[in-house]
Design a protein. Structure first.
Length: 532
């Protein structure tokens, strides 16, 4: 086995452990996991692979690729589950880590490639989204591998036709995962890079047209099938309303222009704090200079593009994660090899001290807070996370206090981060189901429901799916007081879900009836009433 294959093998195994430890142990959490999970479950029930449904209504907010991957995983695993639903994200996370190594190595060598891949795996946004039912990690992996395919052609002498065909195929799959942004993200980074290196003529070659045709061939089958079935409404929703209209005139997730300048430091933690040290860093080779320029333009163009939209969510800029890891890995490698000047070295050590101080202080606060709430079911798992962060931070502090071995500080920080993530994924997050998951509440409600009962909800958001997913049966949503009054006073027994914000309105119909069941799911309270 060659050195590159051996390194990729160990990176794959390490990423699989980091992203896969107890992957299916945590329930589906709002805001999006239950919606996508219910869409897959209803596709299985209906026996359809073409159109997703949630609560019996066409759900066309995202293209089809995730659903197909989740359906395939569910078929292989014997049914829809938390594990099968997260496997597409899991494999996309691994592909992102491996792709970071593959991109970096020909530019900057194996040490940089390994460091960047490890940093990519331990970025908070990558770790979290690789364990979450979400499409953004698919776009991240697709963006990265399109960049790899094109840079192999323009920077490393790869054959043009196979390279552009590969880039087109990957971009096509990305489009099938999340629509136009899967073209926009790599397109912005690569066009800016070619302009910056004065080689824009590279994209006006006939091989690029073949790649574009390949992209269309891969991306179009679902849309063509929809049009053939007369479902132009799904095409319009998935392509235009959820992309163009949301970008220009959003109806939710509105945020100020500087939103991503704030969340950059959160989702790209802990390594985002090293990125400023890469500004003006001395680089020995043309490959290193080109990789740095590509990384900076990659980050800048995507952040600026999504900042122009009024609708913003932090996962939208997840495709910059590999570029962040490349720059942070460069800084760490320069520190280890003694290439940082005194000032940058001092800043590096200061950032490392602040990060490990965050582990120590944050871990202590979490541990002590959990001990004060031992009556809570999640107290011990949360305390374990706090103690793990405390010990991990102390490990890095010990390393910082040994001047002769400070070169190992980046390694210590990476190990500490991995250990904290493993404690969170393996122990703490599943225990938080007691607060975040609808499963316990639905299991309690399920014992209340009798054969022949009508299960209804009052004034729910139409995509509210966690109760339906975990109750395992349809829930009819009553949109207004007249519909509620008719059901409440009807001849059939109803089991009624009411969330806290609609309780006062529901009281106008149900009067002083006491809720049969009440509880909390996430941040909100939920009540169940019966009319007899």
């Amino acid at each position: 086995m060659s050195a590159s294959r051996r390194e990729l093998f160990f990176l794959a195994i390490g990423s699989a452990v980091l992203f896969g430890l107890r992957l299916g142990a945590r329930d589906l959490w709002n805001p999006n996991e239950p919606i996508y999970g219910e869409a897959v479950r209803e596709m299985v029930e209906r026996g359809t692979w073409l159109v997703p449904y949630v609560n019996g209504v066409t759900f066309a907010e995202k293209p089809i690729l995730f659903y197909w991957l989740a359906l395939l995983a569910s078929k292989l695993l014997g049914g829809v589950s938390e594990l099968s639903l997260r496997l597409p994200s899991f494999f996309a996370g691994i592909a992102t880590v491996l792709g970071t190594y593959v991109l970096a190595r020909p530019y900057a060598g194996r040490a940089r490639a390994i460091a960047s891949a490890v940093f990519c795996a331990t970025l908070f946004g990558v770790f979290w989204n690789a364990r979450f039912v979400q499409m953004d990690i698919l776009v991240t992996a697709g963006t990265l591998w399109v960049v790899i395919a094109v840079t192999r052609v323009v920077d490393h002498g790869g054959a043009r036709l196979p390279g552009w065909i590969l880039a087109g195929a990957i971009a096509g799959f990305g489009f099938a995962a999340k629509g136009p942004v899967a073209w926009i993200c790599p397109g912005l980074a690569l066009v800016a890079y070619l302009v910056g290196t004065r080689r824009l003529s590279e994209i006006v070659r006939w091989e690029v047209l073949v790649g574009a045709a390949t992209c269309l061939v891969v991306a179009s089958p679902w849309y063509l099938a929809l049009l053939k079935q007369g479902r132009a409404d799904v095409v319009v929703e998935a392509l235009f309303r959820q992309n163009v209209e949301r970008f220009v005139n959003p109806w939710d997730h509105e945020a100020p222009f500087w939103y991503y300048l704030q969340y950059f430091w959160v989702d790209m933690a802990p390594w985002a704090f090293l990125v400023p040290l890469a500004v003006g860093l001395e680089r020995k080779s043309d490959g290193e200079r080109r990789l740095a320029l590509l990384s900076w333009l990659w980050i800048a163009t995507i952040v600026v593009f999504f900042s122009l939209s009024k609708s913003k969510r932090s996962p939208y800029i997840l495709p910059i994660a590999p570029a962040v890891a490349l720059l942070a890995g460069e800084v760490a490698h320069a520190f280890v090899t003694g290439r940082l000047g005194p000032r940058r070295r001092g800043w590096f050590l200061g950032i490392a001290a602040a990060l490990c101080g965050g582990f120590v202080v944050g871990g202590t606060a979490i541990f002590v807070g959990a001990l004060w709430r031992l009556h809570d079911p999640a107290a011990i798992p949360v305390a374990i996370l706090g103690l793990t962060a405390l010990v991990a931070g102390a490990f890095v502090v010990f390393d910082l206090l040994r001047p002769r071995t400070r070169v190992s500080v980046p390694f210590s920080l990476a190990v500490a981060t991995v250990v904290v993530y493993l404690a969170a994924g393996g122990v703490t997050l599943p225990a938080l189901d007691a607060y975040k998951s609808a499963r316990p509440f639905c299991e309690q409600t399920g014992r209340l429901v009798r054969p022949g009962d009508d299960v209804v909800s009052y004034a729910f958001w139409k995509w509210r799916a966690e109760y339906r997913y975990y109750l395992g049966r349809p829930i009819t949503n009553l949109a207004g007081p007249e519909a509620l009054r008719e059901a409440w006073n009807g001849s059939r027994r109803i089991v009624l879900f009411v969330e806290a914000e609609q309780l006062a309105n529901a009281r106008q119909v149900v009067g002083d009836a006491a809720p049969t069941i009440e509880g909390r799911v996430g941040r909100g309270s939920i009540y169940v009433f019966t009319n007899r």
